[in-house]
Design a protein around this ligand. Structure first.
Ligand code: CO
Length: 165
């Protein structure tokens, strides 16, 4: 089911998501499926649960965790991160352009850690440790910010208006 994506101004986006206690809960599994479907339908590179009004520590990212290839091309399952935590990061940051389904008319330049190590649970409850760099690291940091009530516009050095098509 495609879920409505809420936009900036909605207080849910500003709350810290709750940790998922039981990954196997059918409601959590259904939410993950719906989040993936919604991300694909809205053409996002990532989607965090608060964006679909679920204040939980879950995000999906349209790249598989091994090769970081776009799952829309490979048909593989996207990266699903539950209760993620950045455990270490590079010394350097890198500036890059970002946008967000919840801030549809603005994009901006945001500094992010160039590489990160993140721990998370997958949808089977298994614990993983992933090292990501460049664009993948950027998307993961953007999504984890959502889980903490932070939007990219809070951190951007420069913001640009996007004209709707
Ligand atoms: Co976003």
């Amino acid at each position: 089911m495609i879920l409505p994506v809420i936009t900036e101004g909605n207080p849910i986006l500003r709350q810290r998501g709750t940790e998922v206690a039981d990954v196997s809960d059918p409601k959590i599994q259904a939410l993950i499926d719906d989040m993936i479907e919604t991300m694909y339908a809205k053409d996002g590179v990532g989607l965090a649960a608060p964006q679909v009004s679920a204040s939980l520590q879950i995000a999906v990212i349209v790249a598989d965790p091994e090769k970081f290839e776009d799952c829309r091309n490979t048909g593989r399952e996207p990266l699903i991160i539950i209760n993620p935590q950045i455990t270490s990061h590079s010394f350097f940051q890198k500036s890059g352009e970002e946008g967000c389904l919840s801030v549809p008319t603005i994009c901006g330049l945001v500094r992010r850690w160039k590489s990160i190590t993140v721990t998370y649970l997958d949808r089977n409850g298994a614990k993983h440790k992933l090292r990501a760099k460049n664009l993948m690291a950027r998307v993961i940091q953007h999504e984890i910010d959502h889980l903490n009530g932070i939007l990219f516009i809070d951190k951007a050095d420069k913001l640009f208006n996007i004209k709707p098509l």
